[in-house]
Design a protein around this ligand. Structure first.
Ligand SMILES: [Zn+2]
Length: 395
């Protein structure tokens, strides 16, 4: 049996216990939570830590298969520049080297206190890493293709890849890549499949202003790049007021939906999406946004609209670390008015709900196995994390 105590225990659901004690069995399942009412207690076998104890972090958006690209892609080139460079560099290493980088990234994520990851996958490369990882992966098989004649083929390939994951006891769903990269036909196949499987959906949303330009007026940097590739732009059969309004009806509005990035999403779109999707989660990846577009989403507008927010790291192609604590710190720097306990919910329980893992992860509750992190060098005076704060995995 394990017994842990610290200056404060953040349960992850908003509740905080001063000098609380958490007891767990050998498997890491929580068996008892003791509220000492702020009185420091000694107990045989108890480990006391200076700092705060929080549930394991949930990273709702990553691309483990791009881990070998750390430091390879130029910063601040906007999404079209990022895509161009990524295309040329993503497979320049051998499979063994790609897998080795994924293996290291997986271990580092766990050491950074991450217990679950929503991971975008285009290939089967990461299956061996994930099948042997202590992190729970929810895999999103990413599809794209603007040629309607190839829609069925692309979809069938994605289903095959999904089966490779599920054959290895890994959860996987087929999802669209982004609003601008799929034909209407491919969107329809995925939507139909999502309804059948009640699949969790994920899509990159409004990561760059040129995404809105493309789908509202066929202009902008993405439009110019696709045109220069000789792409037939007729796959965009209708225009909409915004990218979000363009793709919303092309997706299953009933099942859990993660909108990723949302860097250029305006209040009007937020209200529209909240009305349209029944189970909506907004995933922010602040460090990747700064890397690619050098801009953060207007987090305050999402809070004003009571959005359910969760956090992601994106990949090492657009980030120098895969750490949810680092992402929290980035948001806290720009939006210091957000209470730490709220930010922590984004990093834990909201992410667990988004990935359908809230029965076991995301908060410190009896019967759950959420993993426990110690955050040391916490700024108790201001109740915030600082650049000195560190994560240590307790269990
Ligand atoms: Zn991404």
């Amino acid at each position: 049996m394990y017994k842990f105590s610290a200056n404060y225990i953040y349960l992850g659901n908003g509740e905080i216990l001063k000098y609380g004690i958490i007891k767990l069995n050998e498997e890491g399942k929580i068996t008892e939570i003791v509220d000492t009412k702020g009185v420091l207690k000694e107990e045989a076998g108890m480990q006391f830590y200076g700092g705060i104890i929080v549930p394991g972090f949930v990273n709702t958006h990553c691309h483990l298969e791009l881990s070998h690209l750390r430091g390879e892609i130029t910063k601040h080139t906007h999404l079209h520049g990022f895509i161009k460079e990524l295309q040329s560099k993503r497979k320049q290493l051998s499979l063994v080297e790609i897998q080795k980088a994924a293996q290291i990234a997986d271990k580092r994520m766990r050491a950074a206190g991450i217990v679950a990851v929503g991971d975008i996958s285009n290939d089967a490369y990461t299956i061996p890493v994930k099948a042997n990882s202590s992190i729970k992966y929810i895999n999103f098989i990413e599809t794209f293709g603007t040629n309607f004649e190839k829609a069925q083929l692309i979809f069938s390939e994605a289903k095959k890849l999904q089966k490779e994951f599920t054959d290895n006891k890994l959860t996987a769903f087929v999802v669209p890549h982004a609003p601008y990269s799929l034909s209407k036909e491919l969107f329809e196949l995925i939507k139909h499949n999502s309804v059948l499987e009640n699949a969790i959906q994920s899509i990159h949303n409004q990561e760059t202003p040129s995404e809105n330009d493309l789908l509202s007026s066929k202009t902008g940097e993405l439009f110019e790049m696709f045109s220069s590739w000789g792409l037939n732009m007729n796959y965009i059969e209708h225009l909409a007021e915004s990218s979000l309004k363009y793709f919303a009806k092309k997706m299953n509005h009933k099942s859990k939906t993660l909108l990723i990035h949302n860097t250029f999403t305006k209040a009007e779109d937020i209200v529209f999406a909240k009305n349209h999707f029944e189970q909506l989660y907004w995933a922010f990846c602040p460090k990747a946004n700064l890397y690619i577009e050098n801009q953060l989403p207007d987090v305050s507008v999402f809070r004003e609209n009571n959005c359910t927010i969760c956090l992601g790291t994106d990949s090492l192609a657009s980030n120098d670390s895969l750490s949810i604590l680092d992402e929290m710190l980035e948001i806290q720097k720009v939006f210091p008015e957000i209470p730490f306990s709220e930010l922590l919910q984004w990093a834990t329980i909201n992410g667990a709900k988004a990935l359908g893992l809230e029965q076991t992860l995301g908060s410190i509750e009896i019967g759950k196995t959420p993993g426990l992190n110690l955050i040391s060098d916490f700024d108790f005076k201001n109740n915030i994390i600082s650049s000195k704060s560190k994560v240590t995995v307790l269990i």
